[in-house]
Structures are given as C-alpha cells and as structure tokens.
Design a protein. Structure first.
Length: 309
C-alpha cells in the first residue's frame, strides 16, 4: 500500500509541560500533509494511556503515525512501545532509542563512551548534599534529566543560587543534572535518516538560550547554514551522526552542541522529536538542504512505512 493509500494519524498534545508546543507542531504537520494530498487526521492525546492511544488510532482507521508529541509520554519511549506492540508504522526513533535520548544522564554517559566531548557534570538525587558540585566550576547549568524545551532549567553563577535552581529542577524529575556552562557558539545539527543537514547557529539576544529565548518571537537569531570553517562544520556534523548512531536513532534527530573557544564541539543532548513548525530548527536545516517542510513531513512518513516491523 502506497503512502497515498494510507490514512495518517498525526499524534499531538499530551499532558506534559510541552503540550502547547506539541499542538503547534502537530497542526503544522497535519496541514502540510493535507496540502500534498495525503489522507491525514489530527489526533489529540490528553490522558497518555495505552487505551487512549489505541482508541484514537482504531476509531480513525489509521494506517501510519506521525509523532508530533514533545516531552514525557511522546519522547521517552512509552508511546513508541505502544505503537511497536500493535505493529503501527511511526516516525522517529523506536522505544529504546527514545528512552535513552530522553534521559540526559544515561545518554551523556553513552556519548562519553563513544568518544564525544561533553561538559563536566554531576548527577544529584534528592538525598544528596549540594557539596557534590564542589568539583565543578561556575557558571553552571542545572536541569532535570528528563525534560525538553529548556523546562526547569537554570543558569547560575554563584553557590547561593544553587539551592533554588535545584529545587526548580526537582519539580520536574527525581534526578538533576548539573553541568559546567561552556562559553561558546551554540549550534544544532539535524540528522535526517543518518545524514547530517546544514548546521544552524543559535544566537540568543539574552545571555542564555532558555525557554523564553527559544519560544518568544524576536528573542533569538538563527543563522543557517552557520558561518563556520569547513573543518569545524565537518567535525560537528560527524559528531552529530556519532551521537545519533550511539543511541541507535532512526529517521531524525537534532543534536544540540556548543563550540568551545578551541572550536571543539561539545554534545549537550539529542532531541528525538524536535519542534516541527515550519519555522522550527529541524525544518530550517532541511530547507537549507533544499527540502521543503511538506517534503520533509512526507519523507519521514516514507521512512516509517519502510522501517515498520
């Protein structure tokens, strides 16, 4: 059965802190698929249960799924597990890869084993003393280990600010990652079906690229392709593909990095369900490679059907 003969369900929403962003991504994808003549239906997840997902798909007679759910249920492998159990083709990495990528601590350890550079860091549990950070140097970044879109993240430059930052992060997770803030150029390298796309440089108008800088219009400038030497661009793209393969991703990922003063790329994290509005970073990178938003959405569904099973 060709893609044109299938009914596509675009899963969006959920109950995570990234629900609103997911709805924007989902509707953008839904409209793109309709624009190219595909039989698409928008499906809003609310309760994040297996029964709900199965009911949405069954009642809509869906043949394949485009996942546009950010955070929690959509990215940590739970949704992928359900879809794999019912042999439903879906876009993006499978259950295990999604789970590994969502856990910033586990994925970071895997990146280190693969020879990738990562910021110096410590892991903090609720019972741990804050003195554990004595081995790090300020400024620091404090974040939950399993959140996206800069949710629960703080940038701090003194020990007296640690307690408040840690308390905020613990609102979203039982484990907190504290890492040294690396001064440098922030870039993101998207990977499409194992191949790197043009690099996007992120230039926030405030000191840090936090939630406000990420989603408030006019707060950040983006340069694509990033103005980098060929050697640095190649090294960054190579490391992005290594990160993608380390987590055994498929179809797509977006690898966030910092280029330190010595120009070496440091891997921060891998996003398996990146933002998917027409102006989001992954689609920006694809457009720079000559792939339109509509073509990108269609390609990902083709990959899903190709790799089902």
């Amino acid at each position: 059965m060709s893609l044109e003969e299938k009914r596509i369900g675009v899963l969006m929403g959920g109950a995570s802190s990234e629900r609103d962003i997911s709805l924007k991504s989902g509707m953008a994808v839904f409209e793109a698929l309709k624009a190219v003549g595909l039989d698409a239906v928008s499906l809003e997840v609310k309760n994040e249960t297996e029964d709900e997902v199965k009911s949405l798909l069954s009642n809509s007679h869906v043949d394949a799924v485009f996942i546009a759910m950010h955070g929690g249920f959509g990215e940590d492998g739970r949704l992928q597990h359900i879809l794999e159990k019912i042999h439903m083709p879906f876009t993006g990495p499978k259950e295990k890869s999604s789970r590994l990528a969502m856990d910033k601590l586990v994925s970071r350890r895997l990146f280190e084993k693969s020879g990738l550079l990562v910021p110096a860091y410590v892991c903090l549990k609720k019972q741990d003393s804050l003195k554990i950070i004595d081995r790090l140097h300020f400024p620091l970044v404090v974040k939950p280990t399993s959140q996206g879109s800069s949710i629960g993240i703080s940038f701090i430059d003194a020990f007296e600010k640690v307690e408040e930052a840690v308390a905020l992060a613990f609102q979203y997770d039982d484990t907190v990652l504290i890492e040294e803030f690396i001064e440098g150029r922030e870039i993101t390298v998207s990977v499409l079906d194992g191949e790197p796309l043009p690099i996007v440089e992120i230039i926030p108008k405030k000191k840090f690229f936090d939630f406000q800088a990420k989603y408030e219009k006019g707060m950040t400038d983006y340069v694509v392709p990033a103005d980098l030497s060929e050697a640095i661009a190649r090294a960054s793209q190579k490391d992005a593909v290594v990160a993608y393969r380390t987590l055994d991703c498929r179809h797509l990922s977006r690898v966030d990095m910092i280029l330190k003063e010595d120009r070496l790329p440091y891997v921060l994290e891998v996003n398996t369900i990146p933002g998917f509005t027409a102006t989001s970073l992954f689609p920006k990178a694809a457009r720079a490679a000559g792939v339109s938003f509509q073509e990108l959405c269609t390609k990902l569904l083709e990959f899903a059907v190709r790799d089902n099973g």
